[in-house]
Design a protein around this ligand. Structure first.
Ligand SMILES: [Fe+2]
Length: 340
């Protein structure tokens, strides 16, 4: 009797194992975000839904190659910058159109193939002892090319996706010809040939190598938090943020986002995960760990980001899908101007 029971049990177990390998309740994420906090977030999703989250992390370029090479594996591609998601759109599929997604994310921050999960602004940082309020009044991205900033500006290289998206937005708003001229003015105004990441630009202003820098909002908060060490924390205290284009369309906004991969084997689970990332719980977790702005209404950013000022006008008119569409033009005008 015991033997019979044992055999029956083994039979049931092997049936369950086979079922599990065929209909595994999982979702495969390829993520260019390198935050431990994202892993904690996926664990929360798993405990709520029972859906296992498999994460492949790496740099965006390498991940994109892998997603294509291992077709039928990836469900979601998570990365920073709408320009990057836009440039990868031929490898993504529509489907991120549920009412939960549409009601959470304003239409300028999503397409059917990818949606923003957090926001960031690309802004100007200045040294208050060398740049007066009067000098900054009415500052726009366009006016960064004015001769008054000659030899005073630092910004990273033209191969950087954040710059390509910023310049793409300028092309969308001003036309390619005007932005080609603007790029020449920018190169003339540079205090040095572009080098380093966004934090390196903020550090250059703090060190007196330049008066103004262009960098994303979350980097200042990250430096102020002390997570990058006491030296960067002290440097961050020497600069102030300025939000450009306040009298016009508003400050340039970008996203971290998730794209639904073509041939995704767990499409329904992928959509569920995106919906979870847009929940109040997940948004609070994201903004408090990465210093980004929440994508949904009703969630407050990290206090260090709140201190930078929340009452600025965001550019909600320029759809971020244009960053991918105008990316080649952006790189072309920067390169032609000698922007390294
Ligand atoms: Fe970044």
């Amino acid at each position: 009797m015991l033997k019979v029971f044992g055999l029956a049990f083994v039979g049931l177990l092997s049936t369950l194992l086979i079922a599990n390998s065929v209909f595994a309740n999982e979702v495969n994420i390829f993520s260019a975000r390198h935050y431990d906090s994202d892993v904690q977030l996926y664990q929360k999703f798993t405990s709520k839904t029972g859906i296992k989250v498999n994460v492949v992390s790496g740099k965006s370029g390498a991940l994109e190659k892998r997603i294509i090479a291992e077709a039928g594996t990836a469900d979601l591609y998570i990365t920073a910058d709408a320009g990057r998601l836009g440039a990868f759109k031929d490898n993504l599929q529509g489907g991120l159109t549920s009412s939960a997604i549409k009601s959470a994310v304003p239409s300028n921050f999503r397409t059917s193939k990818w949606v923003g999960i957090a926001k960031r602004a690309r802004i100007v940082y200045f040294a208050p002892e060398r740049v007066s309020g009067a000098e900054l009044a009415g500052l726009t991205y366009e006016s960064l090319a004015d001769p008054k900033w000659q030899g005073r500006l630092v910004i990273r290289a033209s191969n950087n996706i954040y710059n390509q998206s910023l310049v793409a937005s300028l092309i969308k708003n001003n036309g390619k010809g005007k932005v080609a001229e603007w790029s020449k003015g920018m190169v003339k105004n540079m205090a040095r040939a572009p080098k380093g990441n966004d934090r390196a630009q903020i550090l250059a202003v703090a060190a007196g190598e330049a008066d103004i820098a262009v960098a994303n909002t979350y980097y200042l908060a990250l430096m102020l938090s002390g997570k990058k060490g006491a030296e960067q924390q002290a440097a961050a205290k020497k600069v102030k943020p300025f939000f450009p284009n306040q009298d016009g369309r508003g400050t340039h906004m970008n996203i971290s986002g998730a794209g639904l991969v073509k041939g995704a084997p767990n499409k329904a689970n992928a959509i569920k995960l995106v919906e979870f990332l847009l929940s109040e719980e997940a948004q609070n977790h994201i903004v408090n760990n990465t210093f980004e702005y929440p994508m949904i209404a009703g969630v407050s950013p990290h206090p260090l980001v709140v201190n930078m000022g929340l009452d600025f006008k965001q550019d909600l008119k320029t759809k971020v899908v244009n960053y991918g569409k105008r990316q080649a033009d952006a790189l072309e005008v920067m390169t032609a101007a000698g922007w390294k």
